[in-house]
Design a protein around this ligand. Structure first.
Ligand SMILES: Cc1cc2nc3c(=O)[nH]c(=O)nc-3n(C[C@H](O)[C@H](O)[C@H](O)COP(=O)(O)OP(=O)(O)OC[C@H]3O[C@@H](n4cnc5c(N)ncnc54)[C@H](O)[C@@H]3O)c2cc1C
Length: 457
């Protein structure tokens, strides 16, 4: 292959780490490396709850792709289909135009979307907490609720605006509830009358929160959340959502204008466009991360079902920790496959999990070591600082934490949620994908156009 075209889809943990490894392994100019991504930043999502609470600025968790990579060409847009016969990715540019991007090797790392369930009103009224825009909107929305509640004489409206319900007892739900609860506490200093009205609830259909932490730390998490004043309701889910009410499956109807939905992630619909076997929506891959039957396509991260050769579960968990390591294996195997060398299998032993409950509360499981209190907080913050791939972002994060510790926070809102429109996660994360057949047709048509205009090559 003269100058192989390597295309990576997704600028998240998997995509960016794969690109950085490829750039390290391939001599400059020896390959055409392209990244298809809707934004030119990598989002460090584990710190999103701290953006929602205002502890961190949005810029500190959005790391420029141009700083993180050296030679990669950015193709702005969403990959909406893959034609594996012609080796073309169909990209929808931000302008709505479809363009073909040809590849010799393709690395798919489009992550996942917030998982919606068939619950009446959910897609219209629930807020998401997975994207940067959602985190910023959520903060504005929560602060706006307190301002409006303080400004009304209607006790029912006040109750609705001061009740916040988070669904999902995983790390996203727990950290989001704890961080926003503290934001409310801070804001309520300005509205002393609201203090006794503000209510935070965390509900989950599972019998425990944070099952990944193990029984002892899971129970500790429950105690900490309750101590913070969050009402945790387990074995319960949501039956219906309206603009001013949430009905739970235990029959309770709670006056509420803020439902935050963090109950799971569904893999990007992009992987379905290949028409290959999936497992719970994740694209099945071999242990070397190749998609069976299409050896030039690799997939990883939240969008891929990767066999877990070193763990207790049959497939790797959808976490940043795994996506980052899979990226290195995928990049090495892309290079090996181009050079005709043997590929290696992905193996990684889970290192644990850190959970920041904001303030000074944190929990951490580091290998078999269980930490609480200040050691957990140190491990949590230290882990994030190490895992952030950019020194600039690291400096910004440290500066933000330092400023908060020295002079406290600020609870003014930016005005992003002023139109009163719910920032429904479905609307925020919606993209029109092609099915396998249309992707093939569209890929071939776009390629034909390209050949007609520019000839072969
Ligand atoms: C609030 C929160 C807290 C978390 N905390 C932790 C934690 O503490 N520890 C941990 O290990 N994991 C944590 N996770 C999970 C972790 O963020 C994910 O597992 C990880 O991001 C998966 O990496 P990925 O590369 O597969 O996907 P992502 O990092 O999500 O990246 C996917 C990228 O693909 C882009 N994309 C999507 N569709 C397309 C398309 N069609 N075309 C082009 N680009 C596309 C997206 O814009 C995104 O940039 C957390 C997640 C959240 C939301």
């Amino acid at each position: 292959m003269a100058r192989p075209r390597i295309v990576v889809v997704g600028a998240g943990f998997g995509g960016i780490h794969a690109l950085r490894r490829l750039e390290r392994r391939i001599p400059p100019g020896a390959a055409d490396i392209a990244l298809i991504a809707p934004h030119d930043y990598m989002l460090y999502s584990p710190l999103l709850p701290q953006v929602a609470s205002g502890l961190l600025t949005p810029q500190s968790v959005a790391m420029s792709v141009h700083r993180l990579t050296r030679e990669t060409r950015l193709v702005p847009g969403h990959a909406v289909g893959v034609d594996t016969d012609d080796r073309v990715v169909v990209v929808c540019r931000p302008t709505g135009e479809l363009i073909p991007v040809r590849y010799d090797r393709l690395v798919l790392a489009p992550g996942g979307l917030t998982r919606a369930f068939d619950i009446p009103g959910l897609t219209e009224h629930a807020y998401g907490a997975k994207t940067l825009a959602e985190a910023v909107l959520l903060r504005d929305h929560v602060l706006a609720q307190l301002e409006l509640a303080n400004d009304t004489a209607d006790p029912i409206e006040r109750e609705e605006r001061c009740r916040f319900i988070v669904v999902g007892g995983g790390y996203t739900g727990v950290e989001t509830a704890a961080s926003l609860m503290r934001l409310c506490e801070e804001a309520a200093k300005r509205y002393p009358e609201l203090r006794s009205v503000i209510r935070w609830h965390l509900v989950d259909i599972a019998p425990k929160v944070l099952p990944e932490l193990g029984d002892r730390l899971g129970r500790k998490a429950l105690d900490l959340l309750r101590h913070l004043g969050i009402e945790v309701k387990l074995k319960v889910s949501v039956r219906e959502v309206t603009a001013d009410k949430v009905v739970l499956t235990d029959g309770r109807a709670l006056p509420c204008r803020t439902l935050i939905w963090t109950a799971g992630v569904t893999p990007s619909p992009l992987v379905e466009t290949l028409g290959r076997p999936t497992r719970h929506g994740r694209l099945e891959v071999e242990a070397d991360l190749r998609v069976p039957g299409v050896p030039e396509v690799f997939a990883l991260g939240d969008a891929a079902a990767v066999p877990n050769l070193s763990g207790d579960t049959p497939y790797c968990p959808p976490t940043a920790q795994y996506a980052t390591r899979q990226a290195v294996t995928a990049a090495d195997n892309v290079v090996a496959s181009i050079l005709g060398r043997p590929l290696r299998e992905f193996r990684h032993r889970d290192l644990g999990l850190v959970v920041d409950l904001s303030g000074r509360d944190a929990l951490a499981r580091v290998l078999d070591l269980e930490l609480t209190g200040l050691p957990a907080l140190g491990a949590t913050r230290g882990y994030h600082l190490m895992a952030v791939p950019s020194p600039n972002a690291r400096a910004r994060i440290l500066a933000n934490w330092g400023i908060r510790a020295l002079i406290g926070g600020d609870v003014s809102r930016m005005g992003f949620a002023d139109d009163g429109r719910p920032s429904s996660f479905v609307a925020n994360e919606a993209v029109g994908y092609l099915d396998a057949e249309s992707a093939g047709r569209e890929g071939a048509r776009l390629l034909e156009n390209l050949r007609a205009r520019y000839g072969e090559g």
